[in-house]
Each structure stands twice: as C-alpha cells, then as structure tokens.
Design a protein around this ligand. Structure first.
Ligand code: CTP
Length: 399
C-alpha cells in the first residue's frame, strides 16, 4: 500500500477493550511502511501494557503528561507536528466527548488540540452509548470540523450485546488510514491558484496594498496537492513558504498577476482566485520617489482588470472559483459576484473586526448557482481541506 510508505502515524489509544486490537494495527501499519508512535490515555494502560506498543512500534510509548518531553527530544508540540495523521483507535465515548469540547486534560487530547493536520477516530463503544443523543451530537460536530470517522462496525460486543459500536478490524482500519493520504479527488487535474495581496506602485518607494496574508491561498495550494492536483501558485508578496510540490510564480501588481494567470491558464482544469487583487492602481506611478509638498495631494486611480472574471469569460474556461470578502450582507454580495463574474463557485467570508485577513482561523460559506454549504470556524488549513473536497466534487460533477 504505497500511500502508507514513510507516513508518520501517531496512534492514540483510549480506554476500551478494543485496545488489544490496536496492537495488531501497529504491526500492520508498520508492515505497510508507516512510522508509528503511540500515545495512550491512562485508562488505556489498564487494558493493555505500553510495553506491547513499544515493542511493536519500535518507539517509546507516551502516556503521562511529561512523557512527551522526555528522552527522545519530542516535546508535545513537536509530537503533534511530527504526525502526518493522528489516528485514535479505539476512540472511547469519553475521548470523543472530550475531543468535541476541545479539552486538553491529558496528553492525547492536548496533541489533538495542538495539531492542524489530519485527525481520524475509530469509535469503539457499547451500541447504546453509540446511539445516545450526546454521542451522536459529538460525532456530528467532529465530522463538521473535518475529523475523519472510521467506522464503527457492527456485530457482537464485549458486553454480550450485538449492534453498531464495535471498532473496525485492524485490516479495515489500515484501509481507512491509507485513504486519509489519498483523498485523490483532484488526482490528474491541473489547478492554478492566486494568493496574497497585490501591490500597486505610487512611486519608487510607495504602494497601495491590503491586509491579505496569503494564508488561505497557501493552505488551499497545500490541500489541493494533498488531493492529487498538480498546482501552480501565482503569489503576491507574502511572508510564507510555498508548499514543497507547488510551482510558484511571484508577482507584485494586479497587472503582473493578470499577465501571469493568462499565460498559464490554458493548461489548467481548475482556477481558484484567492488573491486579494487591488481593484484600482495609481494612474500615473512615478519612477522617482515623489517629494513632499506643502499641500494636500490627489491620487488619481485607474481600474484594474478583473482577473477571475476574465478567466471565467474564456471560451475554454476552467472550473472557476472566486472569493468574496464582505463586511455585511454576505449571501447577497456573494451571489451577485457569482453571477456577475461568471463563477462556478464562490467562497464567502466576513472580514473586518478581526475576522478574515491576517488571522489563522476562519469560517466560510461556499455558494454555487443552486446551493450553499457553511463551513464552521476552524484553522485555515482544515478549512482549505474541506473547501478542496467540495470544489473537487463540484468539478467532477461538472465534467
Ligand atoms: N478579483 C480579481 N481581480 C480583481 C479583483 C478581484 O480576480 N481585479 C477576484 C478576487 O480574487 C476574488 C473575487 O474577485 O476571488 C472577489 O473579489 P472582491 O474584491 O471581493 O470583489 P470585487 O469585485 O472587488 O467587489 P467589491 O470590492 O466591490 O466587493
């Protein structure tokens, strides 16, 4: 299973009788080429010895608070960063409730909170606990946050009952975990993306720009790569490192961005316009630094071309996604931009009052001609993965 080769899986084991099956899971994951580190809750250690996991994973097992800060130089933040995916199997009802609440009262939940990467849970509990309204609500919230849910399965339970709630078998979990690394919805597609602000020169030293950090666009580039796309990122000036596998072209002004997009676009299937493109530029930028005068000055502005609308107007247009950053009446403005610019999909969010640009968390609503989907506030990287999944579905449905 090529998807698991060299992948770093942080396996969280919580308190359930199914914990014994996770020993086999570690063995199978390693057999497929994954590196595995195990974190156990205190209750889990009552079901199975850490030593078992240590022997099978070839690594220290973490359980107590300070375990992550001992010996191998992996503090708990490093441990969260180390993981390509955190997989909690078994995930008890209690663990899922704590995860939903964002609690950090043991090492495992702390690691989940400190991670902006992929998290998956494999629930394991009695069928009535699984069917309980509280658990159902917890699962729904976790699903909306982008947490992957593997199972549960149905069948005989340790308590003697039969029904839904059993942890999936280790072989099924390995399949599910490998699926985390191959959402593949954009496999074989070429995707062009703009990100960041533009700078519109006033003179040799000064420019007009905006608050865009480029984080959302860069997170989308990363998520699109993870989903299998071949990504070209046309970026305004930002202080971010591009994803390793993206081709990046740097531009400054809206005009440069327009030219770069137009020369690249024909090769692409999907275009995402995440850049905060300036609508206007100074009409007569000076090559020299303008000297101060003892008077007010007027700055004449001229309109920039609308890049995303120009792409959407092409005869052979790609699947085109725009953004709408609004301070009020989000739905109204977003729907009008969708139509006016000829977009297939638009991602709208509230800006101002500390929301939108320059922040790490964001909420978003995606609109298309006859529907919409709201994405709850979360990190930009999680939001990006959810957006790419929706963009991918719509792109596939349209082609
Ligand atoms: N956009 C673009 N070229 C421009 C201006 C905007 O491609 N010259 C794109 C942005 O990348 C974004 C979408 O258009 O995907 C909407 O940008 P926004 O600034 O919200 O829309 P405007 O058309 O500028 O409308 P307004 O500023 O009036 O809200």
């Amino acid at each position: 299973m090529i998807e698991l080769v060299n992948k770093r899986v942080l396996l969280g084991v919580s308190g359930s009788i199914a914990a014994y099956k996770s020993a086999e899971l570690v063995r199978l994951l390693r057999k497929q080429g994954a590196e595995v580190r195990v974190v156990m809750t205190a209750t889990a250690t009552e079901f199975i010895q850490p030593l078992t996991f240590q022997a099978l994973s070839g690594n220290i097992v973490y359980s107590a608070w300070d375990d992550a800060d001992r010996g191998d130089g992996m503090g708990h933040i490093e441990l969260a960063r180390w993981a390509d995916a955190i997989v909690i199997a078994p995930a008890s009802a209690d663990l899922l409730a704590r995860l939903r609440q964002g609690m950090a009262n043991d090492l495992l939940t702390t690691l989940c909170l400190a991670s902006n990467g992929t998290i998956a849970v494999a629930p394991a509990m009695n069928r009535l606990m699984w069917d309980n309204a509280a658990t159902k609500e917890n699962m729904e919230v976790l699903r909306q946050r982008g947490i992957h849910i593997l199972g549960p399965g149905t069948g005989g339970q340790a308590c003697g009952e039969t029904g839904l709630g059993r942890m999936l078998e280790p072989e099924q979990l390995v399949q599910g975990i490998s699926g985390l690394f191959t959402s593949g919805i954009l496999s074989g597609t070429k995707l062009l993306l703009t990100a960041g602000p533009t700078r519109e020169p006033i003179d040799a030293m000064r420019f007009l720009s905006n608050r865009s950090s480029g984080k959302m666009g860069y997170a989308l580039a990363q998520a699109a790569i993870e989903a299998g796309a071949d990504v070209t990122l046309i970026s305004g000036p930002v202080a971010l490192t591009p994803p390793e596998r993206a081709k990046r072209l740097d531009v400054n002004s809206a005009n440069e961005m327009y030219e770069a997009v137009m020369s690249e676009i024909s090769a692409n299937d999907v275009f995402i316009s995440a850049a905060a493109v300036a609508d206007y530029r100074p009409a007569n930028p000076s090559k020299e630094k303008v000297k101060r005068k003892d008077d007010n000055v007027d700055l004449a502005l001229t309109q920039n071309r609308d890049i995303v609308a120009s792409v959407a107007a092409l005869a052979n247009k790609p699947f085109t996604v725009g953004f709408a950053a609004e301070t009020s009446d989000i739905e109204k403005h977003a729907m009008s931009k969708l139509k006016r610019k000829g977009l297939d999909l638009i991602a709208a969010n509230q800006v101002g009052d500390g929301q939108g640009a320059e922040v790490d968390d964001n909420a978003m609503t995606l609109y298309w001609a006859d529907g919409c989907q709201h994405l709850e506030k979360t990190t930009k990287s999680k939001l990006a993965r959810q957006m790419v999944a929706i963009i991918g579905e719509h792109y596939r449905a349209a082609t």
